[in-house]
Write a protein that binds this ligand. Structure first.
Ligand code: ATP
Ligand code: MG
Length: 417
C-alpha cells in the first residue's frame, strides 16, 4: 500500500492517550459503518491519573503507538482526534435562552443559543472543552431534541458544559505536536467510549457509562437520549495493582500479572480454594492462598463503585424521578472492567443491571473486541462523524456542526500556534 495522508484521505485517526497504554486507531466508513484500518499500541509513560506529567516520555509513547498504526497499514498519520481525561475535568449543567421573533428556528439561532449558554463564569486556569445540548425548550415546551425548522418565540436550551485545566490541555497538545501529530479535536474520553459501546435505546432509557481504565474512572450518564452528567475520578486499575504490590510486598509487574490472571472482585466467580505461586522481590517463589488476593482487591473495587454510585446519584438529585429510572442500566468498559466479578459487584452496589461494553457497529470488530478499545474506537467514530457532518448539508446534520464543535476546535487551535 502506498503512503497516504490523513488530511486528504478518507480515514480518521483516534488517539487514546491512556495512563497504561497509548492506542492509535485509524478507521474509515463503509456503508455507514466504521471499519478499523489499523491499530497501533504502546505502553504509556509520562502520564499519571490520566494527565501528562512528563511531556518527553508521553510524546515518545505517542510516537511509538502512531508509528505502529502507520506501519500496520502503510499509512501516514498527520492528525488525530485526541481523548482527554484526568481529575481536572469538571462537568456541570447550564442553561441558555434567546428570542427568535416567531419564525422558524434556524441553525444560526442554535449557534447563538449555544453561545449564550456558554457565557458562564470559568476560572482563568480553566476553559470550556464541550458545550453539549441536553434538550431544547420552545416557548415553554420541553423535550425538543432538534428545534431547527420549528416556529417559536423563545428558544431555550439545557446544556452540559465540560471544562478542563488549560495547562493539562496544553501539555497534551504539546506531546502530540512533539510526536508530529496535529490535534484535529479534543474529546472527553467518556464521551468517546459512550459513543463506541452504548446503544441509542440505552441512552433513551437511562444509562451510566463507566470506563474504568488504569489511572481514571470516567463516568457519563445519559437519560432521555441526552447527556446529563460527566465525571472523571482519579482512581482506576493501577491503584488495584499498587495495592497488591504493597500488600504482598512484590513488584508491580508481578502484581499486575496476578491481578489479571487470578484477581476477582466478588466471591463465587473463581475456585478460591487453591494457592498461588507468587514471585517475591528477591525472585524467590512463595505460595499464597488465592483468597488473599481477593482481600486486597475487593475494598478498592468497592471504593471505586461507591464513588461511581455518588456520581450516578447526582443525576437523580433535583429531578422528580426516583434514584434512577427503573429501566436505567450501567455499562462498564475500559480495561479494568475485565476484572472477574467486577460487573457482579457493580450490580449489587449500584442496584442496577450491568453489562460489559465492547465497541459495537464495527465491521471488523474482532480487531477491537475488548473494553480496552472503547475510547479509541469512539475517537475514530467522532473523527469520521465530523468529516461527514462537514460535508453534509441536511438540517439534522448541520445542527451538530454548530458552535459546540467550532468552539471546541477554536479552543484546541489556540494552542497550535
Ligand atoms: N483481565 C484483566 N483483569 C483485570 N484488570 C485488567 C485486565 N486487563 C486489563 N486490566 C487493567 O486495565 C487497566 C488498563 O485499562 P485501559 O487500557 O482501559 O486504561 P487506560 O486507557 O490506559 O487508562 P486511563 O483511561 O485510566 O487513562 C490496567 O490497570 C490493567 O491492569
Ligand atoms: Mg482509558
Amino acid at each position: 500500500m502506498t503512503a497516504r495522508d490523513s488530511r486528504t484521505m478518507d480515514f480518521a485517526v483516534g488517539l487514546d492517550v491512556g495512563t497504561t497504554k497509548i492506542c492509535a486507531l485509524s478507521g474509515i466508513r463503509e456503508g455507514g459503518r466504521t471499519k478499523i484500518v489499523s491499530m497501533g499500541s504502546s505502553p504509556s509513560y509520562g502520564l499519571r491519573k490520566g494527565m501528562v506529567v512528563d511531556t518527553g516520555l508521553a510524546a515518545d509513547s505517542i510516537k511509538r503507538a502512531v508509528k505502529n498504526a502507520e506501519e500496520a497499514a502503510g499509512i501516514t498519520i498527520r492528525s488525530a482526534v485526541v481523548g482527554i481525561a484526568g481529575g481536572h475535568i469538571k462537568g456541570f449543567n447550564g442553561f441558555g435562552a434567546i428570542g427568535v421573533k416567531n419564525r422558524m428556528v434556524r441553525e444560526e439561532d442554535v449557534d447563538r443559543l449555544m453561545d449564550s449558554a456558554s457565557a458562564v463564569y470559568v476560572p482563568v486556569d480553566r476553559d470550556i472543552l464541550h458545550v453539549i445540548p441536553a434538550g431544547f425548550r420552545l416557548d415553554g415546551n420541553n423535550g425538543i431534541k432538534n428545534p431547527v425548522g420549528m416556529p417559536c418565540e423563545i428558544l431555550e436550551a439545557m446544556v452540559h458544559i465540560v471544562t478542563g485545566s488549560v495547562t493539562s490541555v496544553q501539555n497534551l497538545v504539546k506531546c502530540c505536536e512533539m510526536a508530529k501529530v496535529r490535534v484535529a479535536d479534543i474529546v472527553l474520553e467518556p464521551l468517546a467510549s459512550a459513543d463506541a459501546v452504548l446503544t441509542a435505546e440505552e441512552r433513551e432509557r437511562g444509562v451510566a457509562l463507566v470506563d474504568i481504565g488504569g489511572g481514571t474512572t470516567d463516568v457519563a450518564v445519559y437519560r432521555d437520549g441526552v447527556l446529563k452528567h460527566t465525571a472523571v475520578l482519579a482512581l482506576g486499575g493501577n491503584h488495584i495493582t499498587n495495592d497488591i504490590a504493597v500488600g504482598l510486598g512484590i513488584a508491580a509487574e508481578e502484581a499486575e500479572r496476578l491481578k489479571k490472571m487470578y484477581g476477582y472482585a466478588v466471591t463465587g466467580v473463581i475456585d478460591e480454594r487453591g494457592e498461588l505461586d507468587v514471585k517475591g522481590v528477591d525472585e524467590r517463589m512463595m505460595k499464597l492462598p488465592v483468597s488473599h488476593l481477593f482481600e486486597i482487591i475487593q475494598p478498592r473495587c468497592e471504593e471505586i463503585m461507591m464513588l461511581v454510585q455518588k456520581e450516578i446519584g447526582i443525576v437523580s438529585k433535583g429531578t422528580a424521578q426516583a434514584q434512577s429510572s427503573p429501566r436505567t442500566s450501567v455499562v462498564l468498559t475500559g480495561g479494568t472492567s475485565l476484572l472477574k466479578g467486577l460487573d457482579a459487584m457493580a450490580g449489587s452496589i449500584l442496584g442496577l443491571p450491568v453489562r460489559i461494553g465492547i465497541p459495537v457497529k464495527i465491521i471488523n470488530e474482532d480487531l477491537v473486541n475488548s473494553p480496552e478499545y472503547a475510547t479509541g474506537v469512539g475517537l475514530v467514530q467522532y473523527g469520521l462523524d465530523q468529516r461527514e457532518q462537514l460535508d453534509d448539508k441536511t438540517p439534522q446534520k448541520q445542527l451538530t456542526t454548530s458552535s459546540i464543535f467550532e468552539r471546541m476546535k477554536y479552543w484546541a487551535k489556540e494552542y497550535f500556534t
